[in-house]
Design a protein around this ligand. Structure first.
Ligand SMILES: Nc1ncnc2c1ncn2[C@@H]1O[C@H](COP(=O)(O)OP(=O)(O)O)[C@@H](O)[C@H]1O
Ligand SMILES: [Mg+2]
Length: 257
C-alpha cells in the first residue's frame, strides 16, 4: 500500500537548499504520514507514555491545528515531526521518506532547509539585531553575507517589520519578537512550518495579529502549517483540527470556513 519512496527522497535531497520547488506535486501523497507513533520517556524506573500510537496524515498546503490539554503529547509530536527527536517506535514519513532510516546528515538538511520552526518563547539571540537573527539559518547554509542581508530584509518586510531591522529583541514588543521568529522560520523557503503554541506568550490581541500573519502566509505562500494550541478560538482558524489527549488522537474534524 505504501509506495517505496527512494526516488522521491533523492529528488528531495538534490534540491538546492533555497529552492522553492515543491518536492512533489500537490496531490495524494501526504507531506506528513505517521503510523502508530509511540514515544516513551524513561525516568528512572518510571515510563511516561507521551505518545501512545499516533497516526496522522497532513497534505501539502494544509493548515492544521493540533489541540489538547497540557501534557497530552503535542510538543512531543511536534519534535518528532520536525526531526528534532525520534519516536520509540512507529513510522514517520516526511515527503514519502521514512525518517527512521535517514542518516543524521540528511535529517539535519531537512530540518535546516525544509522545515521552519516557531516556538512559544521566540528563541531569538538576545544580542543580535532582528536582521541577524533572521539571517542566522543562512549562515549554516553557506549563503554570502550580502545575500543573507538581502533575504533577511525581504523576510522582515514580509512580516511587517521592515522598519525594525536593526532592533535587538529587548527593543521589540513580544508580538514583534514573534514576527522576527516567523521571518527566521521562513528564510529558507521551507515547505513546512511547525509552530508550537506561537501565541502562548502573547496577549489576546497580539496573538490575533500573529494568527492573521500565519493566515496570510498560508494563503499567499501556500505554506503547509501545523500549529499547536490549547485555545479553541485559535484552532477554529485552521481548516482542520486534530485533538489529542493522553498521547492519543481523540478527534479529527474540519472547520467550515
Ligand atoms: N524530555 C522528557 N522527559 C520525560 N518526560 C517528558 C519529556 N518531555 C515530555 N515529557 C512528558 O510527556 C508528556 C507529554 O508532554 P508534552 O509533549 O510536552 O505535552 P504538551 O505539549 O501537550 O503539553 C508529559 O507527561 C510530559 O511530562
Ligand atoms: Mg507543549
Amino acid at each position: 500500500m505504501i509506495q517505496e519512496p527512494t526516488f522521491i527522497a533523492e529528488v528531495a535531497m538534490s534540491d538546492t537548499p533555497n529552492g522553492a520547488a515543491p518536492l512533489l506535486p500537490a496531490g495524494d501523497t501526504p507531506v506528513i504520514a505517521t503510523e502508530n507513533l509511540i514515544k516513551t520517556y524513561k525516568m528512572g524506573d518510571t515510563e511516561i507514555n507521551a505518545l501512545r500510537g499516533v497516526s496522522i496524515q497532513i497534505y501539502r498546503g494544509e493548515m492544521v491545528a493540533i489541540i489538547g490539554p497540557s501534557g497530552s503529547g503535542k510538543s512531543t509530536l511536534m519534535s518528532i515531526l520536525g526531526g528534532l527527536d525520534k519516536p520509540t517506535s512507529g513510522s514517520y514519513r516526511l515527503d514519502g521518506y521514512e525518517i527512521a532510516r535517514m542518516s543524521q546528515d540528511r535529517l539535519s538538511d531537512i530540518r535546516n532547509f525544509r522545515i521552519g520552526f516557531v516556538f512559544q518563547k521566540f528563541n531569538l539571540l538576545a544580542r543580535s539585531s532582528a536582521e541577524m537573527n533572521v539571517a542566522l539559518p543562512l549562515v549554516y547554509a553557506g549563503v554570502s553575507s550580502k545575500e543573507r542581508s538581502q533575504r533577511a530584509r525581504a523576510a522582515l518586510e514580509l512580516v511587517g517589520l521592515g522598519d525594525r531591522m536593526h532592533h535587538k529583541p529587548n527593543e521589540l514588543s513580544g508580538g514583534q519578537q514573534q514576527r522576527v521568529a516567523i521571518a527566521r522560520a521562513l528564510i529558507n523557503n521551507p515547505s513546512l512550518i511547525l509552530a508550537d503554541e506561537p501565541t502562548g506568550n502573547l496577549d489576546t490581541r497580539t496573538g490575533e495579529e500573529i494568527m492573521a500573519l500565519f493566515q496570510k502566509l498560508h494563503r499567499e505562500q501556500g505554506i503547509t502549517l501545523i500549529l499547536v494550541t490549547h485555545s479553541n478560538e485559535i484552532a477554529a482558524q485552521a481548516k482542520r483540527v486534530i485533538a489529542m489527549r493522553d498521547g492519543e488522537v481523540v478527534n479529527e474534524y474540519t472547520n467550515a470556513h
